[in-house]
Structure formats: structure tokens, C-alpha cells
Design a protein around this ligand. Structure first.
Ligand SMILES: [Zn+2]
Length: 361
């Protein structure tokens, strides 16, 4: 192909301005980048000084990752006086909760980011697995204020929701004391406020993620979709023998009431996921197959390995295998039960369970 001088000239006319524009643009991008780096450095330094002088009420450190151990929050002096369980809500749901105030030792108000105010109640104390197993039937009756447990399940308060300590980082349970099921008691109004109370409202907060070959609808709130993507990729990295314990999923979002109750399942908010039905145990099936044990209790059955459970816990999910009324394929996003306030705030730890970081196999 022959190019004559006219063509070269016109080519130059076209190319030179583009090149020079690109050069000046890259220059300005570089300077912009540097300026923003410098200014962000200055801003964070300023922030630190300001923080040292007076703690801003809503100074929430950004969550650098999706891992539960990276959840941080600086509490204002007023927030410092809140009961541990309420602080754990602030740490766990910064996207929804702005702050909380107290009106009494175990009650106060939650300030939501949309400006709404609701009431909170806190348990007078929280119970670890060991402590719960030492409770007598009459102790439990006192705790439930004479109400039958199935009534508590239907009308749990925030205090009841936060009563039991989720046994994070422990070996798998062999049996569980009656009604020890951290996370199964839920104040429904709290979740409706956070995720939406109407089906249409919740649908707007959903997105689709891949779970292997499957497509699952899950919530975008609290970056649940990103968490599940990370969970799946972490599960994929486990040795192959674990594969049948997380695939296929039996579903995530599903608008439904819990069978035989008026309560909405956490699946209705897009915040729960069921996996590997074939490997799972559900208390009603257990009762059907094995009947009650000698003491009239539901026998405990589980096939899930700790490795799979731990992946979910790292990202803020609790496991239905820690429930007396067990549901071992069920995982739900409940970071308030997993955040370690000790590492997040320098505050005293809310639980008293020994935490073995290297659970035996
Ligand atoms: Zn489920």
C-alpha cells in the first residue's frame, strides 16, 4: 500500500492532537491522583487528631474487607456505656444503624440511618453454651418469665435475641442443651426494619449470584451478595471431599413463613442460605427417625464438617447446627453474634467461652 505525503499530513493532523491530549490528560490524572493521595493522607491525619480530641459519635472505620474480624467501630463516650450486646448490633450493622442511646440500664433507643427511632432491650446477662447447659428447667422458666418456649419464638424481643452466645471457633457440638439455639430467637420487627417488611420492598434489595452452576437470589444489604461470592470461592478451595457439603444449594431468598408459625423465615429477607440437603439433619426429621432420647430430648445429629461451618462464620454467617432444634443445612447472616468486641473496641469481651483458635478435627 502506498501512502502519499497528503495522507501523512492528514494523519499527523488527526493523531498529534489526540496524542498531546492523551499526554496532558495522563499528566493531570497523575497530578489528580497524587493530590488525592496527599489530601487523603492529610484528611486521615486530621481525623486522627480530631479523634484524639473528641470522639465523633458516628465515626465508623470503613470495613476494609468482608471478614467478620475486620469489623471495627470507634464508640463515642456515650456509646461506650451501652451494654455489650447493643454495641455488637452497632458493630454488625453499620449500614442500617447510626447509633443507640440508653434510657435505662437495659433499655434505650436505636437510631437508624433513615432517621427512624426504635426501642432496644438488652439481656441482663448473656449465656454461653456451658452456662446454658447448667440451667435447670426452673431457671429457664424464670428466664422465659413463665411463657412457653414456642411463644417466645413467636414474640422474641431484642433482649431474647441476644441472650445466648454463639459458640464461635469451637469444635462441633455432640449434643446441645434444651433450647440452646443462639440466633434462632429473633425480634422480627428488627429484621423487617433492616431488610423490609413487605415482599415488594425486599425484592428491590435482591440480586443474583452464582453458586456453582446455580443462580441464587440474595440480599445486597450489608454486602451479603459479595460475602456469599467470597464464601463460595473459599469453599471451592477446600479439599475435594468437602464438595458435597456445600453443593448444591437448596435455595437462598424465599418469601415464606416458618412452617406452622406466623414468623417470617430469614430466607424471606434474602439473608439465609440452605446447602447440601442430602448431608443435612433437621430436628423434625431426627425426631421422626430416632424419636426422643432417654431424657425426652431431641437427639442431636449432624454430618457437616467444621471446615465448611468456619468458612461461613468468617463472613458473618451463623450455622443452624448450633441449635437444639437443629437445621444443619441452614446458614444466616447474623454478624452481631460473631463480632468479637474485644478486638474491635478494646472493650471487655461479651462472652466467657474459651475460644480455641485451632479446633480439633
Ligand atoms: Zn434455611
Amino acid at each position: 500500500m502506498r501512502i502519499d505525503s497528503n495522507q501523512i499530513k492528514s494523519l499527523r493532523r488527526a493523531v498529534i492532537p489526540i496524542l498531546s491530549q492523551m499526554l496532558s490528560l495522563s499528566g493531570s490524572i497523575t497530578s489528580l491522583f497524587c493530590a488525592s493521595m496527599i489530601s487523603s493522607g492529610i484528611t486521615s491525619a486530621l481525623k486522627d487528631t480530631r479523634y484524639a480530641q473528641a470522639t465523633p459519635v458516628n465515626d465508623i472505620a470503613p470495613q476494609s474487607s468482608l471478614l467478620i474480624d475486620d469489623f471495627k467501630r470507634r464508640f463515642s463516650p456515650a456509646e461506650q456505656t451501652l451494654p455489650g450486646p447493643i454495641k455488637s448490633l452497632l458493630v454488625a450493622y453499620p449500614e442500617s444503624l447510626k447509633t443507640a442511646t440508653r434510657s435505662g440500664p437495659y433499655q434505650g433507643e436505636l437510631m437508624w440511618r433513615d432517621g427512624e427511632v426504635t426501642l432496644w432491650t438488652s439481656p441482663k446477662r448473656q449465656y454461653s453454651l456451658n452456662e446454658w447447659s447448667r440451667l435447670s428447667p426452673s431457671d429457664r422458666e424464670t428466664l422465659w418469665m413463665g411463657r412457653p418456649y414456642r411463644v417466645i419464638l413467636d414474640q422474641a424481643t431484642l433482649a431474647e435475641q441476644l441472650l445466648q452466645i454463639y459458640p464461635r471457633d469451637r469444635e462441633l457440638p455432640k449434643r446441645l442443651p434444651i433450647d440452646f439455639e443462639p440466633g434462632r430467637l429473633r425480634d422480627e420487627s428488627f429484621f423487617k426494619k433492616m431488610y423490609g417488611s413487605q415482599r415488594r420492598e425486599i425484592t428491590k434489595t435482591l440480586t443474583v449470584i452464582s453458586w456453582g452452576e446455580q443462580r441464587l437470589r440474595v440480599s445486597k444489604k450489608h454486602r451479603i451478595d459479595e460475602r456469599l461470592r467470597r464464601i463460595y470461592s473459599d469453599l471451592k478451595r477446600l479439599p475435594r471431599r468437602f464438595h458435597t457439603y456445600y453443593e448444591p444449594s437448596a435455595g437462598a431468598y424465599h418469601w415464606r413463613h416458618i412452617k406452622g408459625t406466623k414468623r417470617l423465615s430469614v430466607h424471606s429477607f434474602g439473608a439465609a442460605i440452605d446447602i447440601a440437603v442430602k448431608r443435612s439433619n433437621y430436628w423434625k426429621w431426627t425426631l421422626k427417625v430416632y424419636g426422643e432420647d432417654k431424657e425426652g430430648r431431641i437427639p442431636y445429629k449432624n454430618q457437616f464438617p467444621l471446615e465448611v461451618v468456619k468458612v461461613f462464620e468468617r463472613y458473618g454467617y451463623i450455622w443452624g447446627g448450633w441449635w437444639y432444634h437443629h437445621d444443619t443445612m441452614h446458614f444466616e447472616y447474623r454478624p452481631e453474634l460473631l463480632v468479637n468486641l474485644e478486638s474491635a473496641t478494646g472493650d471487655q469481651h461479651i462472652g466467657d467461652e474459651p475460644r480455641s483458635s485451632t479446633p480439633k478435627k
